[in-house]
Design a protein around this ligand. Structure first.
Ligand code: PMT
Length: 400
């Protein structure tokens, strides 16, 4: 049983006889819930009918960097960003060589160069071509760039030779891709994540809040669950759905959030805390039980008082565990984040520039700096789920 629900797989087909297996491979991906888009090189079209692949994938096939119509539908950069995983199957010796050189003069190589999706290659070629020194050097170059190879299998080849070079079976390729989504480096770890805004009531119909959608925190919860963690997600009011398997606690105010956090930290032996919520820094001193009436006055004042600092509570009470904060700033984002890292004694702070409407609050993408006492690393703009995966991969070395 393989799980690929909602996974976005970009299948690149190059020109080899094993291309005849790609409709079956596409069918397996679709049957298991994946969304599949396909790029075919010019020579791939000689081995398998594009129309068959279009029918089985349910999507238009992409061929060329210079196809205006296709670029209007989903251009190569969108395709690069869309994919969770890129798979080249079958991948010829020529394509391996071009990728090792970092070429970008056709649609497949340009998309791959522009994407930060995990890349898998299922080679298919004659045994002598596979064993050739240059091919093996290219395979090594690509492996050093963390590109994953599936196969090749050994056996009788289409040309009659026997040995390594057959493309792996579609079932095995699909299983390898599925496993890549459920790597379990957080197995046995308990993670507590806060997400979304808080709402601080002024009267029964009004409140103070902010633009947090919860997308970043919910993406972290999903990625942590898929990495094997037991995930507790404490969320302010948002309109998105939690990932199945994540334990959700809904709150409205910072006080309610702190109350649940205290219980979970004290009773639940949490290993990692990530404060992604945009907790309101202030709340009204007095909650009015009745709706505040409009009068002739042109100004009214609402006296505010500071909310509790939830992240600081976690850092003070989880001294032998990992505590990570987010920093939402519009100016001097790195300097300000470093001040929070030090003052709250955090293991890491993740800072985003919330003056840019394409990242940060309520956007599907984010771009963040990961800052520890010794390191500083940029995770370039991409989807929040990919950013979440990368954040967790960078937390892994902090876990003892
Ligand atoms: O939800 P999205 O629309 O996806 O947007 C994501 C995000 C922009 C909200 C997220 O990426 C982010 O930056 N979250 C932190 C927002 C924030 O409150 O930042 P801050 O710099 O004001 O606070 C610093 C840290 O202290 C944060 O970890 C915050 O959770 C925590 N904090 C702040 C105040 C408070 N009273 N208690 C806290 O725990």
């Amino acid at each position: 049983m393989i799980r690929l629900s909602n996974k976005k797989i970009l299948l690149c087909i190059t020109g080899g006889i094993a291309a005849y297996k790609t409709p079956e491979l596409t069918r397996i991906f679709k049957k298991n819930g994946a969304d599949v888009r396909i790029i075919m090189t010019q020579s791939a079209k000689e081995f398998v009918a594009p129309l068959s692949l279009q029918a089985v994938s349910g999507n238009q096939i992409h061929y060329s960097l210079l196809d205006e119509e296709a670029e209007l539908g989903m251009g190569h950069i969108e395709l690069a960003k869309w994919a969770d995983v890129i798979l080249i199957a079958p991948c010829t010796a020529e394509s391996i060589s071009r990728l090792a050189q970092g070429r970008a003069n056709d649609l497949m190589s340009a998309v791959i160069l522009a994407s930060d999706a995990d890349l898998f290659i299922a080679p298919a070629m004659n045994v002598k071509m596979w064993n050739d020194k240059v091919t093996q050097k290219n395979v090594k170059t690509l492996s050093l760039k963390n590109i994953n190879f599936i196969g090749p299998d050994s056996g009788e080849q289409a040309c009659g030779d026997i040995g390594d070079g057959r493309m792996s079976q579609p079932d095995d390729i699909a299983m390898t891709i599925a496993k890549s989504f459920s790597s379990s480096f957080l197995q046995g770890k308990k993670i507590l994540i806060t997400a979304g805004p808080t709402q601080e009531a002024i009267d029964p119909v009004r409140y103070l809040s902010n633009n947090s959608s919860g997308k970043m925190g919910y993406a972290l919860a999903e990625a942590a669950y898929l990495a094997g963690a037991n995930v507790q997600l404490v969320s302010g009011p948002v309109s998105i759905k939690k990932f199945d398997g994540v334990n959700l606690y809904k709150v409205k105010t910072a006080d309610e959030m702190l109350k649940i956090i205290k219980t979970l930290i004290n009773d639940d032996d949490i290993d990692i805390f990530i404060g992604c919520a945009a907790v309101a820094d202030f709340k009204p001193v007095d909650y009015k039980n009745s709706k505040i009436k409009k009068t002739d006055d042109t100004e009214i004042s609402i006296l505010l008082t500071k909310n509790p600092d939830i992240l600081k509570y976690a850092a003070d009470n989880m001294t032998d565990k990992i505590v990570i904060g987010f920093s939402a700033e519009t100016d001097n984002i790195i300097e300000n984040a470093k001040l929070k890292l030090k003052s709250k004694k955090l293991d890491m702070i993740i800072c985003n520039d919330v003056s840019n409407s394409e990242i940060g609050f309520d956007s599907d993408d984010n771009e963040v700096y990961l800052i520890t006492n010794d390191t500083e690393q940029l995770l370039a703009k991409t989807s929040k789920i990919k950013i979440a995966k990368k954040i967790l991969q960078n937390i892994q070395p902090l876990i003892n």
